[in-house]
Each structure stands twice: as C-alpha cells, then as structure tokens.
Design a protein around this ligand. Structure first.
Ligand SMILES: Cc1cc2nc3c(=O)[nH]c(=O)nc-3n(C[C@H](O)[C@H](O)[C@H](O)COP(=O)(O)OP(=O)(O)OC[C@H]3O[C@@H](n4cnc5c(N)ncnc54)[C@H](O)[C@@H]3O)c2cc1C
Length: 338
C-alpha cells in the first residue's frame, strides 16, 4: 500500500500543474494515468497543433506544453503510474483507498480527480472471441517490441500507429498489415514505405479485409480475414495488434459515489471539492457555474485544490501563503541555492 498526501488521477496538463502546486506547499503526491504517456489530451489528440492561449506563452504545441510542464516538475521527482487505470476508490476511516486495474493500492486523505473527459481506452475488435486472448495474443498497444521477435504479427488499422508499427516490426518479425480500406491515413512517406516493403515481401498487405475469426487454444494460432467481396483468407499468426484509435469514457469514475452531471463532477469553487470530503475534481472533468474547459482554468483549479489538501494531510499545521519569488522554503523545495 503506497501512502501519500494526495493521489492525482490523470496526467493531463491539469494533473501535472496540480502536482507542482502540491509539491510547492510541501505535500507528497503520485500520479496515475491510463495512457502510456504523460500529457492527456494535449499529447494524445493534438501534439503538433499550436495552442495560442496559455498565459505568457504566445504559441506552443500540445507536446511542447507537456514537455514544459514535465520540466517544471523535474525538481520534485514525482512518481508516475502510467498505463494504469484507477478502478476502485473507497473510504477507510479518514483515508481513501484506491486500487488500479494493475493492483497498485494507495492510501491517502486526498484524491484529486484530473480525469479530463475520462480515461482514454483503445477501440477494440468487435469480435467477442478476441476477449479470450486480450493482453496475451490480442493487443492494442506495444509495450515491449522484443516479444514479437521471430513471430508472426497481424496488424489491423490504417492510421499512423498501424503503419509505423508494421514498418518497425517487419525488421524482426513476419508482418501482415490488414486494413478495411485501400487508402491508409498514416504519413505518406511511411505509407509509401509499407508499399515498398510489401513489394519486397517484408510485409504482407491485405486491404479491404476485416477480421472474421480467431482460432487457437491457450494462445492464438491463426485468424481468418474476410474481404469486401466475401473472400476469406486464413493466416497463421502469433499476435494480433489492433490500432483503431481511442475512445474516451468516464469509466470507473462514475461508480465512486460522486455526484455526476452530464459526465462532469460538480464542485465548489473554493476548494474544488466534490460531494465527498477529501475528493476534489479539477480541469475538464469538473463543473461549476461559468466553467471554461480551457487549460488555464485547470491550472487555477489545481492550485486551489492543492491548498485544500493541506488541511487533511497536515491537520496539526497551519498553511502559510508564500510567494515563490521570496520564500526560502519554496526555493529549498525547488533545489535552488542562493
Ligand atoms: C483538438 C483540441 C484542441 C484544443 N485546443 C485548446 C486550446 O487551444 N487551448 C486550451 O486551453 N484548451 C484546448 N483544448 C482543451 C484542453 O486540451 C483541455 O482543456 C485539457 O486537456 C484538459 O486537461 P485535463 O488535465 O483536465 O484533462 P485531460 O487532458 O483530458 O487529461 C485527463 C487524463 O486523465 C486520465 N484518466 C481519466 N480517468 C482515469 C482513470 N480512471 N484512471 C487513470 N487515468 C484516468 C486520461 O487518460 C487522461 O490522460 C483542446 C482540446 C482539443 C481536443
């Protein structure tokens, strides 16, 4: 059981800046995110798009903003739990106990939900039989590419992920790339490369095909794919990888006994506390009169929620407001020597 002053759910811009605010006032925190990377919507949905309304930054991309937020957190050595979804949250005396889908457990007086529009989940194969092999031979992301070495991998999808992984894995694996259309949406340079690799026999390309059946015992052995003209092909395969994009779901957050209004969590605007003491909601997921779903609003909300956490984490101490420019304590926390 990990004990911490505050647990942040969501590593989007709001969760990241909230962590900064908690650490500045001397509280510990850890961050859990279902994605395999830090940055929330900024990194998942628009890493290359310029943002023009971050105060004092005239222009930066989603990726640049994320990198700057990570840089700002560097002095604090914060522990991130990525690719983990917070599933359970229940009260145990004065603390909250939290459990992730990977079994990691936390105990904390403060939970800050910075869950945006909910957790990003991969869009999965419609075929029910695929569930039997999920996380084993049927995968929706690549955590460790070495597992595919010398194996046959059937990749489904037509976007950048499918195209890029087909190219990458074709170096050490037999690769089938299957897409339900003729045209790929990936970067043209890489799409051309896939066609070249198909010509040289390094990748077997099947367009206008979809998954029809999966066969095997404990592990996947072969699959059948069906074309638009109902032609069926049987392919021996060890793994299938599906890259169909992400869907956003409020997911388990809806089951934690919190008031929910139109997929958002109502909060007060003093502490950003929910209807449960010690649970706060900040960023896109929170809701109050006048709420703007903007990054700058999330920063303000996180700063106030962090101060509210102090009372429960340090009941015997008094929170003292200090400026970063003049506080020696804060400079110490930042590792700044004068
Ligand atoms: C195309 C586009 C352009 C935009 N342009 C701008 C702009 O120009 N300016 C601006 O201010 N805003 C812009 N926005 C909005 C901005 O991106 C959001 O306001 C911001 O990302 C909200 O940050 P957040 O941290 O609250 O949530 P998010 O960025 O959504 O992050 C939430 C994180 O929580 C995780 N999560 C949720 N539930 C769980 C769970 N149970 N367990 C673990 N993890 C969980 C999710 O995986 C996600 O990573 C834009 C949005 C889009 C889509």
């Amino acid at each position: 059981m990990i004990k911490t002053d505050a647990l942040i759910i969501g590593a989007g811009p709001t969760g990241l800046f909230t962590a900064h605010q908690l650490k500045l006032i001397g509280l510990n925190c850890e961050i859990v995110d279902n994605l395999d990377k830090i940055g929330g919507q900024c990194i998942e949905l628009y890493p290359d798009k310029p943002i023009y309304d971050i105060p004092a930054i005239p222009e930066c991309t989603g990726e640049e903003l994320t990198n700057n937020l990570i840089e700002q957190l560097k002095p604090f050595n914060i522990k991130f739990h990525l690719s983990e979804r917070v599933d359970e949250l229940k009260k145990n005396n004065s603390n909250w106990e939290i459990k992730t889908n990977k079994g990691t457990k936390f105990s904390t007086p403060n939970v800050i939900i910075a869950g945006g529009v909910g957790s990003f989940e991969p869009r999965k194969f419609n075929l029910k039989e695929c569930q039997k092999y999920e996380n084993n031979s049927v995968l929706y992301s690549v955590k460790d590419k070495t597992v595919f070495k010398g194996k046959t991998v059937s990749i489904f999808g037509g976007g950048d992920s499918a195209v890029d992984w087909a190219i990458e894995l074709s170096k050490d694996s037999k690769v089938n790339l299957i897409h339900r259309r003729d045209e790929f949406r990936g970067a043209q340079l890489n799409v051309n490369k896939v066609h070249d690799l198909n010509k040289s026999g390094k990748i077997k390309l099947f367009t206008k095909y979809q998954l029809k059946t999966v066969n095997g015992k404990d592990n996947l052995e072969n699959i059948e794919i069906e074309s638009d003209d109902k032609e069926i092909k049987k392919l021996d395969t060890d793994y299938i990888l599906g890259f169909f994009g992400l869907i956003m779901q409020l997911g388990p957050i809806a089951d934690w006994g919190l008031n929910i209004d139109k997929k958002t969590i109502p909060v007060d605007t003093e502490k950003f506390e929910t209807n449960q003491k010690g649970i706060y909601a900040v960023g896109d997921i929170c809701n109050y009169p006048g709420k703007l779903k903007l990054i700058l609003s999330g920063f303000h909300e996180g700063a106030l929620a962090a101060r509210a956490c102090f009372k429960l984490a340090r009941p015997d101490e008094k929170y003292r407001f200090e400026f970063t420019t003049s506080s020696k304590t804060i400079k110490n926390r930042l590792g700044i020597k004068e």
